[in-house]
Design a protein around this ligand. Structure first.
Ligand code: HEM
Length: 251
């Protein structure tokens, strides 16, 4: 008797199947340690402070609720500003530690890991984009640390954070024209074309962060589900699982 014909694998849009990309739930995997504790701690501190800065900053720019009565009794705007500046201090502290760790960290955390400068990185950048867009998903490059697209987007986000710090302290300096920040950042307003534009840039950059967060969370969950390596827990534990036979571009 002949065996019944095998059912064809389920095919998705344009014949692309996502199912075959998911590695088996058990097999020969091993755990690799990537992110040391300063990186993980700074990640969560920076993430938390950015959320607080966005919530309080948007309130400062355009209060989205008010408390009636004498404003000096509840001092709501004063508290929003105080919390904004406290969170700004946390963010700047994380940036200082991150800067130090660009020299002291492991090879996945140092300067070169921030920039896709080698020709092979650009080839892999295109492959990575094609993987996310489901065009040639089978040709995705394998990296232990950040792939070139992650390198570019995280470095760009560091750039936006720097812009926020500079414009934020320039705004802060306005309160005291004899103070340190007013004098140290006097060049910022002329550079941008005036203080209203500095404020506008600070506001728009907030929306860059607020747009980045859901994309970042989505891609982390996607990697966790499709690669089965524990991508999300890697920013808590520091490591993730990889199939033992797999070669990596950055190993
Ligand atoms: C070191 C970092 C930062 C400093 C020193 C800083 C400082 C300031 C200052 C002084 C103001 C004006 C407050 C006032 O007029 O009373 C402000 C407004 C604001 N900040 Fe920040 N900030 C920083 C980072 C951030 C970050 C990371 C975000 C968003 C994620 C943010 C979002 C905002 C927003 C939305 C406003 C209101 C802008 C508007 O007027 O529409 N800030 N910030």
């Amino acid at each position: 008797m002949t065996a019944p014909a095998q059912a064809p694998a389920p095919r998705g849009w344009r014949g692309i199947s996502l199912a075959h990309k998911v590695p088996p739930p058990s097999g020969d995997y091993h755990w690799v340690y990537l992110w040391e504790w300063p990186i993980r701690t700074m990640h969560w501190l920076a993430g938390g402070s950015i959320l607080v800065l966005a919530v309080t900053g948007l309130y400062i720019g355009k209060p989205y609720f008010v408390i009636g009565g004498d404003t000096s009794a509840h001092f709501l705007m004063g508290w929003m500003r105080a919390v904004h500046f406290g969170a700004a201090a946390v963010l700047v502290s994380t940036a200082i530690v991150r800067l130090y760790w660009l020299f002291a960290g492991n090879k996945f955390e140092r300067w070169p890991a921030l920039f896709p400068v080698r020709p092979r990185d650009w080839v892999n950048l295109v492959r990575q984009v094609k993987y996310y867009l489901l065009i040639q998903p089978e040709r995705a490059p394998h990296y232990l640390g950040h792939n070139p697209l992650q390198q570019l987007s995280y470095t760009a986000l560091y750039g936006v954070a720097l812009l926020q710090v500079v414009t934020g302290f320039a705004l802060y300096g306005q309160a005291d024209p004899s103070g340190f920040f007013f004098r140290a950042l006097g060049w910022v307003a002329p550079l941008f074309g005036g203080m209203p534009i500095v404020r506008f840039v600070h506001h728009v950059a907030t929306w860059v962060f607020l747009s980045f967060i859901p994309i970042h969370v989505y891609l982390a969950m996607r990697a966790d589900l499709l690669e089965r390596g524990g991508a999300i827990s890697s920013i808590i534990s520091g490591g993730r699982f990889v199939p033992s036979g797999q070669r990596f571009i950055d190993e």
